[in-house]
Design a protein around this ligand. Structure first.
Ligand SMILES: Cc1cc2nc3c(=O)[nH]c(=O)nc-3n(C[C@H](O)[C@H](O)[C@H](O)COP(=O)(O)OP(=O)(O)OC[C@H]3O[C@@H](n4cnc5c(N)ncnc54)[C@H](O)[C@@H]3O)c2cc1C
Length: 593
C-alpha cells in the first residue's frame, strides 16, 4: 500500500536548524518568512498533499488521462484537486507580488513541492510547468505580455507548457523544424508539430499558454537559430476574457509507462499566432530560465517519490512476517518475526532513508542559495549563491532522480512478489520514478552539462564555491574525535573529487571524448561528496543537540553513520571507473556491437 505522511520533523530540522532558514526574513521582500510562518505554511501544505493529492495517486494511475476529438480529460478527482490547489494559493506562493503572487521564498515552495511529488507526482507536473512558464515570461517577455499573462498563470486560471521536443529532435534542439513567420501586426505565425508535451492539453485550466521553440525564416542553422514564442490556446482579449481559439490542436496523448495522470501530448501548430519572447535567435537562452527551474523541480520529483517509496516500504517491513531474526526469535509468541529484523531488509531501508534525507538537505541548501541569489543586497553574495545553484542544478536533477528510481525499486524488493502486483501500488513508484531520469534533459546530458559547462566556467569559479567551504569544514573538524567517523570518509571522497576534477579538466581540454567518457561517474562522485558534506553537517548538529538520547537526533546520527560507512565508499569505485578513460568505451567499432 502507498503510505505517505509529510516528514515535517525532518523538514523542520533541515530548514530551521541546519540551514537557519529564518535568515531569509532579513532579506528585502521576505520579511514575512519567519520560522513560525514557514512552519504553519508547511503544515497546511502537508494536509493538502496527504488528504487530497495522495488519495488520487492510485486512481489517477489506473484511470489515466483520456483523449477524444482533440479534448483531453484528466482522471476523476483531478479537477477538484486542482481547484483546491489554486484556490488555496499554492501556485502563487513564491510568485512575484507585483502580479498577484505572495512573494515567499523559493525554499518554502521547494519543500511544498517535495510533498506534492511524494503524494502525486503526475498531478505535480501541471503546477510545475505553470510555474516555469511564469518565471520565463516574467524574466524575458515584454511588459505587455507580462501583464496580460502572468497574473492569470499565477492564479492558476491559465496553465503553461514548454514545447521543445519534435519527432526528429530531442536532446539536439538544433534539429528543430517548427517555423515562425512574422506578420504585419508584429506577431508571428507558428507552424509545426511538437511531441511529448506535458500538460499540452487538459481540462484543469481555462487556457493553456505554450512556450514554443521555433525558427525564423532567416535563422542560422543549429541551436543559434532558435527563437522563443508565446502561443496561447485561446487568444485573450484586452480585458482578460477568452477570445477565439488559436491554431493549436492536440492530435493525441501518449500511452506510457508511468505518470498516467500527466497528459503527454502531440501538439499541432497550424499558423498559430504567437509573440516573440526575448531577442530573435536567442530563444534557447530564454528557455533555460524555465529549464533550470524545471530541472530542480524534476530533481525534487526524485526525492519526493523516494520518500513515498521509503515510507511505504517501512510500513510493510514492520507488518510482513517471514522467518526469524538471525539472533533468535524477536517475537517468539508470533508465528514469525517482521522482516525488518533482517539485515538485508535494513540495508535497503537505510539506503533509501540515507539518500532521501541527504538529498533533502542538499536540495534545500540549493534552494536557500536560489533565494540569496535573487534577494541578497550584496552583489558578491548574490554571485556566489548563483554560482552554487548553477553548479548544483545538474547534480540535483540527475542524482536525485537516480536515487528516486533506486528507492522505488528497493521498495518493490522489500515487498517481495507483492511489490510486483499492481493492486499494492508499489510498482507504480517504479514506473513513475523512471521518467524524471529522462525528461528535462536525460541524466546523461546533465552529466555532460556538469563536466562540459560547469566545471570550467569562469576558470573554475563555480567549482571553487563548492570546494572551499567543504575543505574548510573538513579542516575545522579534523581533530574532533566525535566527528572522525564522518569527517574521514568525507575527506577521502573530497580528495577523489578534487583529483577527478583536475584530471577531467586536463584530459577534456585535449580530447572532449575523455570528458564525455567520465561524465556520469563524475556527476555521481560529485553528488555523493556533496550529500556527504550535508550529512557531516547534520551529524555535527545532531551531536551538538544531544547525540546520546534515543530521539530524533540519535536516529539522525545512526543514519549519518550508515551513509558514511556504506554509501560514501562508492566514491572509490567511481574514481577508478572514471580514471579508466575513454579507451574502454571507444575502442570498439559500431559494427562490433
Ligand atoms: C513523459 C514525457 C514528458 C515529456 N515532457 C516534455 C515537455 O513537456 N516538453 C518537451 O519539450 N519535451 C518533453 N519530453 C521530451 C523529453 O524531454 C525528451 O524525451 C528528452 O529530452 C530526451 O530526448 P529524446 O527522447 O529525443 O532522446 P534522444 O535525444 O534521442 O536521446 C537518446 C539517448 O541518447 C543520449 N544522447 C543523445 N544525445 C547525446 C549526446 N550529445 N551525448 C551523449 N548522449 C546523448 C541520451 O542521453 C539518451 O540516452 C517529455 C518526454 C516524456 C517521455
Amino acid at each position: 500500500m502507498q503510505v505517505y505522511k509529510a516528514p515535517l520533523n525532518d523538514m523542520r530540522f533541515v530548514l530551521l536548524d541546519l540551514l537557519d532558514a529564518g535568515q531569509l526574513a532579513q532579506l528585502p521582500g521576505f520579511e514575512e518568512a519567519t520560522p513560525d510562518t514557514i512552519t504553519s505554511i508547511l503544515e497546511e501544505g502537508a494536509k493538502l498533499c496527504e488528504n487530497v493529492l495522495l488519495p488520487l495517486n492510485r486512481s489517477g494511475d489506473e484511470h489515466g488521462c483520456t483523449y477524444e476529438n482533440g479534448v483531453v480529460r484528466t482522471p476523476p478527482g483531478f479537477k477538484d484537486a486542482y481547484k483546491a490547489f489554486v484556490e488555496a494559493g499554492w501556485l502563487a506562493m513564491s510568485a512575484n507580488p507585483e502580479h498577484g503572487g505572495q512573494g515567499l521564498p523559493e525554499l518554502v515552495n521547494f519543500v511544498f513541492e517535495e510533498m506534492v511529488c511524494s503524494s502525486n507526482l503526475a498531478f505535480g507536473n501541471y503546477p510545475l510547468l505553470s510555474k516555469g512558464a511564469t518565471a520565463l515570461i516574467e524574466v524575458h517577455a515584454t511588459p505587455e505580455l507580462k501583464s496580460r499573462y502572468v497574473p492569470r498563470l499565477i492564479e492558476g486560471r491559465w496553465s503553461g507548457t514548454m514545447c521543445l521536443t519534435e519527432p526528429q529532435c530531442g536532446t539536439d534542439l538544433g534539429l528543430i523544424r517548427t517555423r515562425a513567420v512574422p506578420t504585419d501586426g508584429g506577431s508571428y505565425r507558428i507552424t509545426g508539430t511538437k511531441i511529448f508535451i506535458t500538460a499540452g492539453e487538459h481540462d484543469l485550466s481555462e487556457n493553456i499558454i505554450h512556450l514554443v521553440l521555433a525558427k525564423l525564416p532567416d535563422a542560422p542553422s543549429g541551436t543559434r537559430g532558435i527563437s522563443l514564442f508565446l502561443v496561447p490556446k485561446f487568444m485573450p482579449r484586452a480585458d482578460g476574457s477568452l477570445g477565439p481559439r488559436n491554431g493549436v490542436t492536440c492530435a493525441g496523448i501518449e500511452k506510457k509507462m508511468g505518470i498516467h495522470a500527466s497528459a503527454t501530448c502531440v501538439l499541432n501548430f497550424d499558423e498559430a499566432e504567437g509573440w516573440l519572447i526575448g531577442e530573435p535567435h536567442q530563444g534557447l537562452k530564454c528557455m533555460f530560465t524555465m529549464m533550470n527551474a524545471a530541472r530542480l523541480g524534476v530533481g525534487l520529483q526524485g526525492l519526493g517519490i523516494g520518500e513515498a517509496a521509503y515510507q511505504s516500504a517501512v510500513a510493510y517491513a514492520k507488518d510482513r512476517r517471514q522467518g526469524r531474526s538471525l539472533k533468535g526469535a524477536a517475537e517468539p509468541s508470533a508465528s514469525a518475526d517482521p522482516i525488518i529484523v533482517h539485515p538485508d531488509v535494513r540495508r535497503m531501508l537505510l539506503t533509501q532513508r540515507a539518500l532521501n534525507e541527504g538529498a533533502r538537505a542538499l536540495g534545500y541548501f540549493v534552494a536557500l542559495n536560489l533565494d540569496i541569489a535573487r534577494k541578497h543586497p550584496d552583489a558578491a553574495r548574490r554571485e556566489e549563491a548563483d554560482d552554487f545553484v548553477q553548479l548544483m542544478t545538474p547534480v540535483v536533477k540527475a542524482f536525485f532522480t537516480d536515487c528516486g528510481s533506486l528507492a522505488a525499486n528497493l521498495a518493490v524488493q522489500i515487498h517481495g512478489g507483492h511489490g510486483y502486483i499492481r493492486e499494492h501500488g508499489i510498482e507504480q513508484f517504479v514506473r513513475d520514478s523512471r521518467i524524471p531520469q529522462l525528461y528535462e534533459g536525460t541524466n546523461g546530458i546533465q552529466a555532460l552539462d556538469l563536466v562540459g559547462r560547469k566545471l570550467g566556467q569562469h576558470n573554475g569559479r563555480l567549482l571553487r564555491r563548492f570546494f572551499h567551504p567543504v575543505t574548510a569544514f573538513v579542516e575545522e573538524h579534523k581533530g574532533d574525535e566525535r566527528m572522525a567517523e564522518f569527517i574521514e570518509p568525507l575527506a577521502k571522497g573530497l580528495d577523489r573529487l578534487r583529483n577527478a576534477s583536475l584530471t577531467i579538466a586536463g584530459r577534456g581540454l585535449a580530447d572532449p571524448e575523455e570528458a564525455g567518457a567520465a561524465a556520469t561517474e563524475y556527476l555521481k562522485l560529485f553528488a555523493l561528496v556533496a550529500v556527504g558534506y550535508m550529512w557531516a553537517r547534520m551529524a555535527k548538529l545532531a551531536l551538538a543537540k544531544n547525540g546520546g538520547d534515543n530521539g530524533f537526533h540519535a536516529t539522525k546520527l545512526k543514519t549519518a553513520r550508515f551513509y558514511m560507512a556504506r554509501l560514501m565508499p562508492e566514491t572509490s569505485s567511481l574514481f577508478a571507473q572514471l580514471m579508466a578513460g575513454k579507451r574502454t568505451l571507444m575502442e570498439m567499432g559500431a559494427d562490433e556491437f
